[in-house]
Design a protein around this ligand. Structure first.
Ligand code: HEM
Length: 412
């Protein structure tokens, strides 16, 4: 069936369900908020949608309270999603073998526990000086290269990769290899086969590294995971899938999200000036940027109702797939005053940019710390930092899962 954006059809055959709407996402520009999400927010109940791939239509919950409920109520399962051809943005699931994303408690809790100690706020804070050192080195190189320079190439990309690799325990000489694999896994151009191969190669690399860390443990994530496998708390397959997922999400999410943050600051001079004048505002500003940045296109991984659940005026029936939109929830006017305004004075900011419920992002504290270090480093180093081209000339990734620029040329 071919459908135009937002076209409706009655293909569910259910008279208690609204028409299915086609959600085309490729026309969203720069840091604009997807107008379809705005429409979803204005409805009292979840909508039924179809995305470009997959056969089964799915519900989408957009309002803050519905998103919280769907993500924390055990009547919605991730495990029940396995093997279903639920409508989605990507032609294939990028984290195909992602055991942690597809698991429900108590299995999910068991897996998450094996790395939890490595990602506590306290432990991440201990890494801040080393992160500042890495960022400092990268900024030195950028400064030496001279303006104009692509800040993504010089800072956001290698820093996100270095931060994640360091925590995992990947030695510095292997970072370029990791960079290449991480690029291939999410590249639409390289094709599915290259992406699967790269995922396989990272998996084999981590299996090998885990064996080394079992023999000679260090204070890194892989060593903790290797010990968990030895003690029977994690299977070998789970270790590999979890390590690959962490490395890929940790690298790509931070890379693009922080680039979007830099773009927003450089196109909002008042916000930038305020941050320069009040550096203590940085953590709160990063939280607001996290809420405000439209991190991804469409929606991530669905859940499946294991019982009938009433949401607003609709019944999500047992077996129905349902997505949540964390991005839409972050703009719900019932929760955030003037939600479309980027406001560094927002002190009450319970955003859900890192998800909510048991699948809450493993790397939230790490990501926040890294964003603070990068933005802080840029502010300190370049008092006159600005875009080297007009904002309209920035080229944006299209049709990808995570939104962001291809490059961010700056001058100083
Ligand atoms: C700004 C950067 C980041 C953003 C916006 C982000 C966002 C998210 C969101 C929304 C989820 C929940 C998805 C769901 O409902 O299933 C999630 C899960 C996850 N994130 Fe992040 N993330 C970021 C950085 C990181 C980093 C640095 C790591 C490295 C450890 C990481 C690893 C993961 C993993 C492993 C999961 C799956 C958790 C589970 O299913 O239990 N993310 N992330």
């Amino acid at each position: 069936m071919t459908t135009r954006p937002h076209e409706e059809s009655r293909e569910t055959g259910r008279d208690d369900a609204p028409p299915v709407r086609f959600w085309s996402v490729d026309e969203v520009e720069a840091m604009d908020f997807d107008p379809f999400m705005e429409e979803l927010l204005q409805q009292d109940s979840p909508a039924l949608v179809k995305l470009p791939h997959g056969t089964e239509p799915a519900w989408v919950a957009a309002r803050y309270d519905d998103v919280k409920l769907v993500t924390s109520d055990p009547r919605f399962s991730r495990e029940a999603l396995v093997g279903r051809d639920v409508t989605r943005l990507a032609p294939h699931f990028i984290p195909l073998d992602d055991a942690v994303g597809f698991a429900d408690p108590p299995e999910h809790t068991r897996m998450r526990k094996t790395v939890a100690a490595m990602f506590t706020h306290r432990r991440i804070e201990k890494l801040r000086p080393r992160a500042e050192e890495i960022a400092g080195r990268l900024l030195d190189t950028m400064e030496r290269a001279g303006p104009p320079a692509d800040v993504m190439e010089h800072l956001n990309t290698p820093f996100a990769l270095g931060g994640m690799s360091e925590l995992m325990g990947v030695p510095e000489e292997d970072w370029p290899k990791m960079a290449k694999w991480a690029r291939l896994v999410i590249s639409a151009e390289a094709g599915r086969e290259a992406s699967e191969q790269a995922k396989h190669d990272i998996g084999a690399y981590f299996a090998d590294l885990a064996a080394q860390r079992l023999a000679e443990p260090r204070d890194d994530v892989l060593s903790h995971m290797a010990a968990a496998e030895r003690d029977g708390r994690l299977t070998h397959q789970e270790l590999v899938a979890f390590a690959v997922l962490m490395q890929i999400s940790g690298t790509n999410s931070v890379r693009f999200n922080s680039s979007n943050m830099v773009y927003l600051l450089l196109t909002h001079p008042d916000h930038l000036a305020r941050l320069r004048a009040e550096r203590e505002l940085l953590p709160q500003a990063v939280d607001e940027l996290l809420r405000f940045v439209p991190h991804r296109n469409a929606v991530g991984m669905a859940r499946v109702a294991v019982e009938d659940v009433r949401l607003g005026d609709v019944t999500v029936r047992r077996g129905d797939p349902i997505y949540v939109s964390y991005l839409a929830a972050n703009r719900d006017p019932e929760k955030f005053s003037c939600p479309h305004r980027m406001d560094f004075d927002r002190t009450f900011n319970p955003h859900v940019s890192f998800g909510s419920g048991p699948h809450y992002c493993v790397g939230a504290s790490l990501a926040k710390m890294e964003c603070e270090v990068m933005l802080g480093g840029l502010l300190d180093r370049f008092p006159r930092l600005r875009l080297a081209v007009a904002p309209e000339e920035i080229e944006w990734r299209r049709g990808e899962l995570i939104r962001g620029p291809h490059a961010l040329p700056v001058t100083w």
